[in-house]
Design a protein around this ligand. Sequence first.
Ligand code: ADP
Ligand code: ZN
Length: 528
Amino acid sequence: MHSNTSDPEINALQILHTVYGYDAFRNQQGDIVNHVINGGDALVLMPTGGGKSLCFQVPALVRSGTAIVISPLIALMQDQVMALRQNGIKAAFLNSSQSSLDVNDVETALMNNELDLLYLAPERLMMPRMLDLLNRAPLALFAIDEAHCVSQWGHDFRPEYIKLSILHEKFPTIPRIALTATADGPTQREIIERLSLHNARIFNDGFDRPNIRYRISENQGNAREQLRRFILNEHEGEAGIVYCLSRKRVDEIAQWLSAKGFTALPYHAGLSTEIRQHHQARFLRDEGVIIVATIAFGMGIDKPDVRFVAHLNLPKSIEAYYQETGRAGRDGLAADAWMAYGLQDVITLRQMQGNSGAEESRKRLEQHKLDAMLGLCELTTCRRQALLRYFGDKLDHPCGNCDNCLSPPETWDATLAAQKALSCVYRTGQRFGVNYLVDVLLGKDLERITQFGHDKISTFGIGTELNNTEWRTLYRQIIARGLLRVDLEGHGSVQLTDSARPILKGDEQLTLRKMVKPTKNPNRKSRS
Ligand code: ADP
Ligand code: ZN
């Protein structure tokens, strides 16, 4: 171990200087490190590139015993361990690709207290033999990386992560630190619940990535040409990632970009491991390589100078969007998150979700996540504010570094329509979802509506100036604005938030992005 004085704080700083060569801890790193060194549990929410690794590596070096790092990214363990060893840290990993001889060496080193850090996949940790070894080995702490993988509703769910509650049961005295860069409120609660982190201190560094400029536009039927111009005009010769929904589209776009003179390489699960590794290696090593990929690419890729992430399709949730765009600009320098989406994407994604064979409740949740994503696209106000609000963060002023801040889009006065939409929520008791509310606004002759007596309320049938799709768009937009909250545990019913009041009372105007199709006059007087 590196420790030789008794003051852990001094030790932590010394290690930061001598082992890593850094001057100071960033943001909350110092507090987190001290908390864990002193034996506390922690949940760390920090954006990509924020410096999560040091939060467990420094305590691993200060505390006696080995730190066990649980990570879902088996493929990257080797790289991470190599990088640590280059800094003189005694790190090792165990996974299924090793020979029994190698495994033996690592296990012996663990038992002899010769390791600072040991990386394990969760399924490895759960093996009885491994648990038995850990019981007898001197342990410094457990670090659970990518902790959002424990969330059953998340897009990176790993069933093995759920079993990690065993750590609390079997090793109650060993501190645990869980880390993630993507967790909205419900996911944070799920992490705490499933990992039994009720006593953990939560360190929330915020999710903002101020150097990333968010830009979202509708696909005008020539998305790849839009993409070509974007890269040529703003990022020629720079590294970037282009995300597409299907493998076929990945191949097509990679070929097309190559034909246009860019160095563009495809990456998806349909390619052989060799080709994938080769393309990934070139992306990491060479200058100005563009990777065209499905979402199979990127988790754990540590390339600091990715200058742009482009989406040629709509991601299926804001979490996915945030995580994928978060791979841009990890070095803190200016970077672009660019997207061209089409309404066809929404249809395709809905079909994929509809046919997934998942439980109804899950499908509903996915539907809401997709709607929230679409709401972000249709927004006319600051995208960063909406993005951060989604994750429970607050940004007081518009950011000045997203497309809507830089060149405000065409809008219409949606105050009256929004009043109708909001008052319909209120008059039906804040217990219904958007589909039902739209039926009421349109005055549909449905048994369900008469059953509840909602054909008698003042908002029944007052919304015929917009059609079904337009009302749904409007609801999506006002949800994205935070005027309504979706209760995901309550079957997707929507409820008014405090921000809805001034609109309902007519104290505030609401302007929204022009809908694609021109509508009849939406400003007909409301009866409510
Ligand atoms: P994350 O895992 O949160 O995405 P990393 O731990 O990989 O982020 O850190 C991102 C980058 O920032 C790395 O290159 C890391 O070496 C650097 N870094 C982290 N903490 C500090 C610090 N206190 N001072 C300087 N550089 C730091
Ligand atoms: Zn903005």
